[in-house]
Design a protein. Sequence first.
Length: 200
Amino acid sequence: MKILIVGGTGTIGKKIVEAFKTKHEVIIAGRNSGDINVDLTDKTSIIKMYEELKEVDACICTAGTGFYGDYYAMTEEDLMIGIKGKMLGQMNLVLIGKKYISKEGSFTLTSGIAAEHPAKNGTAVATINGAINSFVLASAQELKNDIKINVVSPGLVEDSFERYGDFFPGYNLAPMKKIVNAYILSVEGAINGKILKVFS
């Protein structure tokens, strides 16, 4: 398969690349790194990326983040950081990409544990993750040509503990191997319209 991995140089992305490249052709996309450039906040950039690739069998996205900060100080501008990048960016990968994905191909998006278990000061991220989950559930009913769509919802990734651990006190760590397996299941398995939760 020809697999596009958006965010393939990030914490989760690079592990997914390692897992898939032994059996498949992997193309890494990123804002400033990878085989091809894409800015998820710019739909023109997403169109350009797909036009260069012509067709892919699977698109995985692990890119995107959101605002963590005091609820009472949070503004619309803070919310838009994650809405434009992680939320709309992933949605546009599907909405634009549906005509570039091969028959029986797949999309795999990424949300996170905050959709169900919001961390303190994480309202923006919780909202975005919940929206992505709902988008995937609904899109699975709409996509044609036997195209699948799933979302991986990781918990606090063990490899990210030093960076994000303070935001999630008391959360169990999610093993990277289990997270990578969820992406493999989404791409190589037969499941469709699933939220693949890997919380511990």
